[in-house]
Every structure is written in structure tokens, then in C-alpha cells.
Design a protein around this ligand. Structure first.
Ligand code: GLN
Length: 195
């Protein structure tokens, strides 16, 4: 039996993640409640608005159970707002969060003028054995950066010296949105982490 990946579908860019995962041939579904959290082997938390998603997770009693599953080892990948929700500390904010990733994050870190941009990122972990590394087209939309990480966290990519992709064991997080491009290597990397 193959694994089933759930995409948290309370708000934000969840459909695009489901499409990206299915394109890789894996079973992917939208997750909206506790029963659905229990039915999946791994989860993606999409981009969107972290305050809204955190509030909905709290209101619907999903925040603590989801945290408990991640702490018990369920692989999780958060992009953009999803990254923010995973972090232990959010600069100048007490908004609800999962807090499982030992990192300090700054929201909307790239300022107003450059609210959104695309850049070619050096992300060497995406190359499989024998493959040559090609830069990854990363889309940033009102994106966060990681200011500080704990000893368990590996920084996978940086923009101007600030971390934008990190991994802590079974927890993966990126400031950018790989679900908005055709490049499937970031999702493939997450699936490799899951198996
Ligand atoms: N700025 C949003 C937040 O702080 C994240 C933006 C995104 O997910 N594209 O939640």
C-alpha cells in the first residue's frame, strides 16, 4: 500500500499542492478535520494567511492533535504561511502556531515593494544521486524568512544570507511556493523524506 499525503485545506493554496503531489503519482487529498488528519501518513501545510489558518485550526480543535501527530513523527511540509505555523517563535506575534520547528521567523520579511518575486535558488539537496544540480525557480509571495534556527535544524537554502528552506528531521519548511511552478523537485524531496 502506498502512502497517502494530506494537504491542510482550511484556507490558502491547498489545491495546487494536491495537484503537484498527484503529478508525482502519489495519493493526495484535502484535509479539513480530525478524522481526515488521522487518515493520512504525512501532511502539507500550504501558503495563505498564517493568522487565519492558525485561528481556524484552533476554533475547530485541530491545532493540538495536529501538533501531537507531528511530534510523534508524522512527516510535514509547510510552505510560506505553513512554514510560519510550524515555527516555535514568530517575531512580534502571539498568533496560534504548531511550534514544532525550532526556528524564529519574521513574517512579510521582503517588504512592500518586493511583495512578490521569483528567483533561481541554489538548493543542492534536490539533486538525486547522479543528477546534476539545477537551480530551483522559487516564487516568493509576501514571504517570511527564518532569522534563527536551533541545533537540530539544517538550512537548505538562503536568499541574501537569510534562510528560506530548512529541515529538522521529518519537518520540512520553505518560504516559497513550489506548488505554483511545474518544477516538482521540492515535492519529490518531501516524498523521499516520507518513505
Ligand atoms: N504573509 C503571509 C503570512 O504571514 C504568508 C504569505 C503566503 O503564504 N504566501 O501568513
Amino acid at each position: 500500500m502506498g502512502m497517502r499525503i494530506g494537504v491542510l485545506a482550511l484556507q490558502g493554496a491547498f489545491r495546487e499542492h494536491v495537484v503537484s503531489l498527484k503529478r508525482l503519482g502519489v495519493e493526495a487529498c484535502e484535509v479539513r478535520n480530525l478524522r481526515e488528519i488521522d487518515s493520512v501518513d504525512a501532511m502539507v501545510i500550504p501558503g495563505g494567511e498564517s493568522t487565519t489558518m492558525g485561528k481556524l485550526l484552533t476554533d475547530w480543535g485541530m491545532l493540538t492533535p495536529l501538533r501531537t501527530r507531528i511530534e510523534a513523527g508524522m512527516p510535514v511540509y509547510g510552505s510560506c504561511a505553513g512554514l510560519i505555523l510550524l515555527c516555535r517563535e514568530i517575531e512580534n506575534s502571539t498568533q496560534p502556531r504548531l511550534g514544532v520547528l525550532d526556528a524564529v521567523v519574521r513574517r512579510n520579511a521582503f517588504g512592500r515593494q518586493v511583495d512578490s518575486f521569483e528567483t533561481l535558488l541554489d538548493l543542492p539537496v534536490l539533486a538525486r544521486q547522479g543528477e546534476e544540480h539545477q537551480p530551483f525557480p522559487a516564487v516568493f509571495i509576501r514571504a517570511p524568512v527564518i532569522l534563527q534556527v536551533g541545533p537540530q535544524v539544517d538550512v537548505l537554502a538562503e536568499v541574501k544570507g537569510q534562510a528560506v528552506a530548512v529541515r529538522q528531521g521529518h519537518i520540512l519548511a520553505t518560504s516559497f511556493h513550489p506548488e505554483l511552478t511545474r518544477d516538482s523537485r521540492m515535492h519529490r524531496y518531501f516524498l523521499d523524506m516520507c518513505s
